[in-house]
Design a binder for this molecule. Structure first.
Ligand SMILES: *Cc1c(COP(=O)(O)O)cnc(C)c1O
Length: 428
């Protein structure tokens, strides 16, 4: 078997896959605090109309605009599907380990896939500026890049702890022309209130979302809000990953996958790889086992409750039904900043609740060790977020040391860790 798939342009799909019609139960509606359902129209205050349509659509396939496909091609899609044979050898496993490598995108992660689509639709509807939050800086840099390509101003509220600890991500966003503020900031009521309580407030993703939304609501219609995970339209845009992988597996002659693994913050990269495989019809043989990996310190899927909750700290978003640790939960500062979110996507929550996706949680040091083994065998230092998936893959592979069968494990390497090097400085 070849070690790497071909990367021709016909591998990039011309439609996204929407899992909504294939879920085992209906997606519960978004609600207002009084329990009434949120109307599409109301969401148009925050998002452009086309993205609101995608948020609610029940169509299985949604066409990708030609300009979005062209832009994704220019930026590096299709991403490679690679066999991790040296890792297999180091683990002495009989399992075949394959990964989709999203770190080749210019800002180093899968987030570019939805950033390009969101910037395209905002620009097409005449929006001047988008505001967003960022934790570790991956989402902020992806949207800053996409904004610069489509002539859209970008304002980023960056969790203060990361703003101080990760100057390179801030510089990258500013290089693309974005404005970046540490959150809590003095630009919103929410930010000012929190700074008055604690001038050294470290911030959180939930707080930064509240600030970005407040910034949009008070912009007089000039700005829209943009979110990097959790919502249906974001997960939809990420399905290019799994749709490409299906074609690439076929080209490599792999006719069956036994495990599909990904890390989960809000669920977008996991959904991006796995949903097209969940929607795929398995005429003969069993579907793969789907494994979603989260940090032990942010255990929304393994220990959270399935209930309605806000997406942000201040309670400005509609209520979403999801696995949540509570919107006021402030996760401890772990290196995998992109996984520090109190909830997960509603569609993923349904799949977990119905046993179709199996969640697992790992501790930080074992995860970073796994990332280092991957770097030393395959040459790519994973983002600390992605190392969660690597850790789970290693555990599965070790179980298949002596097995006569050759199970195939496919995982998403959601990003590289070259702007997160301090995470690895203690363990190496
Ligand atoms: C943001 C991020 C994640 C987590 O977000 P999801 O929406 O769950 O994918 C994972 N990996 C990387 C590299 C990220 O930047």
């Amino acid at each position: 078997m070849e070690l790497r798939s071909p990367q021709t342009r016909d591998i990039v799909p011309s439609y996204w896959y929407n899992i909504t019609p294939d879920l085992p139960e209906q997606l519960p509606p978004m609600l207002h605090p009084d329990g009434s359902p949120v109307d599409k129209r109301e969401l148009e205050a925050l998002f452009p109309r086309s993205l609101v349509e995608q948020e609610f659509t029940t169509q299985r396939h949604v066409e990708i605009p030609g300009e979005v496909v062209e832009t994704l091609l220019m930026l590096g899609r299709p991403t490679p599907l690679i066999r991790a044979r040296r890792l297999e050898e180091a683990l002495k496993t009989n399992a075949v380990i394959l990964f989709k490598y999203e770190g080749v995108m210019p800002t180093g992660s899968h987030k570019v896939n939805t950033a390009v689509a969101q910037a395209y639709y905002n620009a097409a509807e005449g929006v001047e500026r988008v505001s967003t939050e960022t934790g570790a800086g991956q989402w902020g840099s992806a949207l800053s890049l996409a904004g610069s390509l489509f002539g859209l101003k970008v304002r980023v509220f960056m969790v203060r702890a990361s703003y101080l600890q990760k100057p390179y991500r801030r510089i990258l966003m500013e290089s693309y022309g974005a404005e970046v503020y540490p959150s809590p900031s003095d630009r919103t009521n929410t930010g000012r209130r929190l700074l008055a309580e604690n001038p050294d407030h470290p911030g959180s993703l939930g707080i930064a979302i509240s600030e970005a939304i407040e910034d949009v609501v008070s912009s007089g219609g000039k700005a829209k809000y943009s979110l990097g995970s959790v919502l249906n339209h974001v997960l939809l845009h990420q399905t290019v990953i799994g749709l490409e992988a299906l074609k690439q597996l076929e080209m490599l002659g792999v006719d069956r996958v036994d495990y599909i693994v990904g890390c989960v913050g809000g669920g977008s990269n996991f959904a991006g790889l796995s949903y097209p495989f969940i929607g795929h019809r398995y005429n003969d043989g069993d579907p793969p086992v789907f494994i979603a990996v989260e940090p032990e310190t942010v255990p929304s899927m393994t220990r959270g409750e399935y209930r309605y909750d806000y997406g942000d700290t201040a309670g400005l978003t509609p209520l979403l039904k999801m696995h949540t640790l509570g919107h006021d939960y402030i996760p401890p500062p772990i290196y995998a900043g992109g996984l520090r979110y109190h909830g997960v996507a509603p569609s993923l929550s349904i799949l977990v609740k119905n046993g179709l996706v199996k969640p697992v949680a790992y501790g930080e040091s074992e995860v970073l060790e796994a990332g280092l083994l991957f770097a030393r065998t395959q040459g790519i230092l994973p983002a600390p977020e992605s190392s969660h998936a690597v850790k789970a893959v290693i555990d599965i592979a070790l179980k298949h040391r002596g097995s006569s069968r050759r199970p195939v494990i496919l995982f998403n390497l959601s990003g590289h860790g070259l702007l997160d090097l301090s995470a690895y400085s203690r363990t190496s």
